[in-house]
Design a protein around this ligand. Structure first.
Ligand code: ADP
Ligand code: MG
Length: 310
């Protein structure tokens, strides 16, 4: 079994607690991510994906639960040195490539500042050399090193965002809807870049998206989230070929398929949440129905799901 890089247990986040506007954005979420894998997290907008990612990278405090990263409880990091080390090990790539780059500074400085901030390069020459290397790695022409973000396309800006994340040679990258703002043809290029980087540098990804199409392509395992909970978690192919939870089925039916023949026969399946309004006293939880295939359900529902896999 691969090494467990990240383990989150019973993670909770409540916004505006005890007010009328209280939201349980993340409600008892547990999963692990193993070294070198890509874990996809999918679900409609508002399901709690970003909040989960932001807690993992310490941009957001937790209401409850634990996050172990490399065996260390990250909520307990106190020393500045440990914090620096954590910040170097984990990076994030954001949804909006333009908004995440300062339009007033050229690309050499965007990447150079990140290198200096983390104390990666000592001299000006070191910084310059490394900036050019990073541009090569993400496929931006070196000749553009003095250009500003506004002079680049969305896809190029996302490559620059990726270069900036790579400055610290991170072990773990959270990509939060990093394709959502890009054209479909560009999405594939960025996904291929991420896959190549993972092969070359052995990184681990948490890949967040609202649509299953690209997630299926890049992920080893996928968690399906709705209303702050994981409803189904399985290896990517298994989830795609044998979805069990009705919500996963509806997500799959809503996702554009690359196969044109299948696309023609695609039927939309609507999800009726009433089917899963469990009465008081019922204790739904994630149950393992097949190997590594978990579904959020009650003890009574387990056998029904298991029959479908048999
Ligand atoms: P997703 O990334 O899946 O779209 P989010 O994690 O952004 O979902 O949001 C989950 C829920 O938490 C939503 O209902 C959202 O409105 C709410 N939420 C997120 N951030 C905040 C915040 N800072 N204050 C209040 N509510 C928030
Ligand atoms: Mg989000």
């Amino acid at each position: 079994m691969a090494e467990e890089l990240l383990k989150i247990s019973h993670l909770c986040k409540t916004f505006n607690a005890k007010k009328k506007s209280e939201v349980k954005a993340v409600n008892d979420v547990s999963f692990s991510i193993y070294k070198g894998e890509t874990f996809g997290l999918v679900g409609e907008s508002g399901s709690g994906k970003s909040t989960t990612g932001r807690m993992i990278i310490k941009l957001e405090d937790l209401t409850g639960g634990d996050i172990l990263y490399k065996g260390q409880n990250i909520t307990k990091i106190k020393k500045k040195r440990d914090m620096m080390q954590f910040r170097r090990s984990m990076q994030m790539i954001f949804q909006d490539p333009f908004a995440s780059l300062n339009p007033r500074i050229p690309v050499n400085q965007i990447i150079g500042d990140a290198l200096k901030l983390h104390g990666i390069c000592k001299t000006k020459e070191d910084v310059h050399r490394r900036v050019l290397e990073l541009m090569d790695i993400v496929g931006i022409n070196r000749a553009y090193v003095n250009r500003y973000p506004t002079e680049f396309s969305g896809g190029q800006c996302q490559r620059i965002g990726i270069a900036r994340a790579l400055c610290v040679q991170p072990d773990f990258i959270i990509a939060d809807e990093c394709l959502a703002a890009l054209d479909v043809s560009i999405q594939a290029q960025i996904v291929n870049l991420l896959i190549r980087l993972q092969k070359e540098q052995g990184m681990t990804y948490l890949f967040i998206a609202h649509d299953l199409a690209m997630v299926k392509y890049i992920s080893d395992r996928i968690g399906v989230m709705k209303d702050g909970r994981i409803l189904e978690l399985a290896p990517a192919n298994e989830l795609y070929n044998h979805p069990l939870h009705p919500y996963t089925e509806s997500l799959l039916s809503a996702s554009p398929l690359t196969d044109l023949i299948a696309e023609r026969h695609r039927k939309r399946i609507d999800y009726d949440p009433a089917a899963h309004q469990y009465p008081e006293g019922a204790h739904p939880a994630l149950h393992e129905i097949g190997p590594g295939h978990f579904v959020y359900c009650t003890d009574e529902e387990v056998s029904g799901y298991a029959r479908r896999l048999a």
